[in-house]
Write a protein that binds this ligand. Structure first.
Ligand code: ARG
Ligand code: ZN
Length: 853
């Protein structure tokens, strides 16, 4: 069932207009579709996509029933032979019956808490009606909804709203994956936005009655996003209404349906008592992300699903820029790099590695990955670094001008950069076509006598093989470098070195004394940098580097080298403890930056780094090394941390603004360390007194780590047992923060509870994701973590294959562990592979993972 990029063929018909008429009923919804079509090639049959649960009731071509012998139905398509079609514009009318109430996969039209809603990306529309369900077939839509639900929504502008019926018109041609429909008992938080050119747009955030007081932040975020896209990209909104709807059952985060974004309720609803600072930040960025898709995704969409990164990489890049403008840019950059390493480097290192633009897949839903999204965004960041801010702005203007209304490709995207800047991007394109994380080695050569003191940097690049790609030619790598003089002053401001060869040297002259190199500033390329550098030099950079990312990275490297030595049984950590103390005490540094520096790399990140160096990670040793180092930091700096804990308290009513959140983050980082030596006493007090979820959750994690979380967990449960989002946290935190030896036992116990509503994706992810996030717990040597996870994935696969497949990535690192763990993991993977009726989604994932072992 593999599909290949190289096989692309345009659709042989032009779709001029789509009319849909819905009669909603939970178990028997009728959909009438009227498609105005015109053949491009009259010799071709018309093949429409349509899932096996779509029941065809009638079919007419220009009002007449075609000869049944010329119509064929299989599990995935409806084919009308060319002989049954006019060689001129025609109208195709179908009536079908579908059953939203039995749709547990949440793909197509389904019910969530009694509300009708849809999710059509990537290929969900085919579960609603027969249609050319591919992104390069675009049409304006007219939609009529009949239902007794009070609120009836679809894409575009409302035409009429009556009793039990509503009609919507979306004038902007769009592919079916951007279709949406919502019908439910909903209330709106409302506002109005006036665009730069004077269009008045009604904004609504629709939620269930009772949730209105938690939707205000989402609305504020939307207004900021609309303004930002006008100011920074010159992009205006293009309809009279913009609707956002929050639903409780949703496979992913959110969806950019034209004019009707549908969101997982956890990315809309927030109040100080129920949401953390991180939740607020995430809501702001996902609201922005989906809004930005209106131009990068909707007005310009993808020719086929291989081009997914065209809209996702760019839209992630744009939402990252937005957050940097709204909050602290250096902190945002560091957070993004942390996430990239934790998820994308890990993916690139294992059996699921794939290019930013894959060239084959079995199930496209398996490719909504960190590589397509986050690495896709990094690639655009590199492009911008290479062509400069002006070049980037010109290229983007050209992109919008040239491709508005089209379904485009990565070739189109690169061409606008070439045309706008005159640069040849042939080699750069490898970032899209080649998988794997390049390793960059930097060697320094200092010549006191040459050119008044010359430093030569020699870089070599090498990318390890990935599945199906053994040979990795050199890529273009922008390496941002600065130089710090021996007294701590910067002697060379950031210079962008452009590496294009396997090995390449760059010289800096007239330096006088030998400087310290600050390399890969701002994380200028998504690579692993290997350099021969001692801890004293790292500590020097941590103290003096002017680039916040490189400064943080120096501290990170210090911590990492200490942790790696400790996990291998060697004594280490003194330099780190010393340097980190000085930084934590530096009141001139931004609190959130200091907090990031105080956070030790996670177990998973340590394991990924070890594996990159060819060392087999030992999860238990890593876990205790981390414990050990954290305790020693706390011991060494107890007074300082205690001062920070007190002085970073934010007084007054909780506000989610960036400055307050930054102070809380430093306070919490201090608490996490102090918790190692105060038996959890501070956490206990904080849990009982804090009025906001940020501090309560941090305190709860501390208490669980100290083995005294029971009372707090009970209190939280009593207070919030009717709040699904808080209860999700309640499930996940107990497993995630558990002593690894007990993690899968705790998960097992929680899974047996009545309120483990496992068919709800958020609840399932909370528990299974919580275990996967407990590195030494999931990778328990006895295989208990693997078995528990495999059991539940198999159960979930029968109900919701997308979720099962996505959560199966918990196993993606399995080949890097020791023989015993590998055996256990392989057995779990094989058990899943052998399951009767396994979905295409899960089958593709487990077979790719097994193939690597
Ligand atoms: N386009 C959405 C977003 O990034 C993601 C939807 C993916 N859904 C899916 N079932 N694969 O914003
Ligand atoms: Zn997106």
């Amino acid at each position: 069932d593999t599909r290949y990029l190289a096989d692309y063929q345009p659709f042989p018909f032009i779709l001029e207009e789509t009319r849909l008429d819905f009669d909603l009923a939970p178990d028997a919804t009728r959909v009438r579709a009227n498609l105005k079509m015109r053949p491009r090639d009259a010799t071709k049959d018309l093949v429409l996509d349509g899932g096996s649960a779509v029941e065809l009731l009638s079919l007419h071509i220009d009002g007449k029933v075609p000869d049944p012998a010329l119509v064929a139905r299989d599990d995935e398509t409806l084919t009308i032979a060319a002989a049954a079609l006019p060689d001129a514009p025609f109208s195709l009318t179908t009536e079908v019956r579908i059953d939203p109430s039995s749709n547990t996969a949440f793909e197509g039209l389904y019910l969530s808490g009694g509300m009708f809603c849809t999710q059509c990306e990537a290929e969900g529309f085919r579960h609603i009606t027969f249609y050319p369900d591919r992104p390069d077939v675009m049409a304006p839509f007219r939609v009529t909804i009949r239902s007794e639900k009070p609120i009836l929504l679809s894409n575009g502008n409302p035409v009429s709203v009556g009793d039990g019926v509503a009609e919507w018109h979306d004038p902007w041609p769009k592919p079916a994956y951007l279709f949406a429909l919502v019908a439910g008992d909903l209330v709106a938080v409302r506002d109005v936005f006036t665009t730069r050119s004077g269009r008045r747009v009604d904004l609504n955030v629709w939620v269930r009655p009772g949730d209105q007081d938690r939707a205000g932040f989402a609305m504020e975020s939307l207004i900021k996003s609309m303004k930002w896209d006008e100011d920074v990209y010159g992009r205006e909104y293009d309809l009279d209404v913009f609707n956002i709807v929050a639903v409780d059952d949703f496979n992913m985060g959110a969806m950019e349906n034209k004019g009707l974004n549908i969101f997982n309720s956890k990315l809309v609803l927030a109040s100080p008592e129920t949401a953390t600072d991180a939740d607020y930040e995430r809501i702001e960025s996902v609201i922005a992300h989906e809004y930005f898709h209106n131009w990068t995704g909707n007005r310009i969409t993808c020719r086929d699903w291989f081009q997914l990164c065209l809209k996702e990489g760019l839209t992630v890049f744009r939402d990252q820029q937005f957050t940097s403008d709204m909050r602290s840019a250096p902190v945002k950059r560091i957070e993004d790099v942390r996430a990239l390493r934790a998820r994308q480097f890990r993916e690139d290192q294992g059996p699921l590695a794939h290019p930013v633009r894959p060239d084959n897949y079995q199930e496209i839903n398996n490719f909504y990955t960190a590589t397509v999204y986050e690495k896709g965004a990094e690639v655009i960041g590199m492009l911008k670094r290479l062509v400069g801010d002006d070049g980037y702005a010109r290229a983007l203007d050209l992109y919008f001008e040239r491709h508005d209304g089209e379904a485009a490709t990565i070739e189109d995207w690169l061409k606008v950069f070439e045309d706008a800047t005159g640069r040849d991007l042939t080699q750069f394109k490898r970032w899209y076509t080649d998988a794997g994380t390049p390793h960059l080695t930097m060697a320094e050569d200092w010549d006191e006598a040459a050119s008044g003191g010359q430093l030569t940097l020699t870089f070599s690049q090498r990318t390890p093989p990935t599945p199906g790609q053994d040979d990795k030619p050199p890529r273009v790598i922008p390496v941002a470098v600065g130089l710090i003089g021996p007294n701590g002053d910067e002697v060379q401001a950031t210079r962008m070195l452009e590496m294009t060869e396997a090995q390449q040297s760059f010289s800096f002259d007239g330096l006088g004394a030998r400087p310290v190199v600050s390399a890969l500033r701002g994380f200028s390329a998504p690579v692993v940098l290997d350099r021969n550098i001692d801890d004293a030099t790292r500590a020097f950079l941590l103290a003096h580097d002017t680039d916040p990312f490189a400064r943080w990275e120096a501290g990170r490297d210090l911590a990492m080298s200490a942790l790696i030595s400790l996990s291998q049984g060697q004594a280490a950590g003194a330099d780190y403890i010393d340097a980190i103390g000085r930084l934590a005490a530096d009141d001139g540094a931004d609190p959130a930056f200091r907090a990031l520096c105080l956070m030790l790399p996670g177990d998973e990140e340590i394991a990924t780094r070890l594996a990159a160096e060819g060392v087999t990670p030992d999860p238990d040793a890593i876990h205790s090394a981390r414990d050990d180092l954290a305790r020693r930091v706390a011991d060494a700096h107890a007074d300082l941390l205690s001062d920070l804990y007190d002085s970073m308290a934010v007084s007054g009513a909780y506000s989610p603004d960036a400055r307050s959140a930054e102070r809380r983050s430093l306070r919490i980082a201090a608490l996490g360390l102090l918790n190692r030596i105060d038996r959890g006493d501070r956490a206990e007090v904080l849990f009982g007194t804090a009025g906001n979820m940020t501090e309560r959750m941090a305190a709860l994690i501390c208490l669980i780590r100290r083995g005294r979380g029971q009372a707090a967990l009970e209190a939280l449960h009593d207070q919030f047992d009717d709040n699904r989002l808080v209860m999700d946290k309640w499930f996940s935190v107990q497993v995630m923060a558990a002593d690894p030896a007990q993690a899968s036992g705790i998960a097992q116990r929680l899974a047996a509870r009545n309120d483990f509503d496992w068919k709800n994706p958020n609840r399932f992810r909370a528990l299974l994701g919580g275990l996967a996030g407990n590195h030494a717990g999931f990778h328990a040597a006895d295989g208990s973590g693997y078995d528990f996870t495999a059991d539940w994935l198999m159960r979930m696969d029968k109900v919701n294959p997308q979720i099962a497949a996505r959560m199966s990535t918990a196993f993606e690192t399995w080949p890097r562990y020791d023989a015993e763990r590998r055996e256990n993991a392989r057995a779990a993977l094989q058990r899943m592979a052998a399951m009767d009726g396994i979905s295409r989604n899960l089958r593709e994932m487990v077979s790719r993972m097994i193939a690597a072992g």
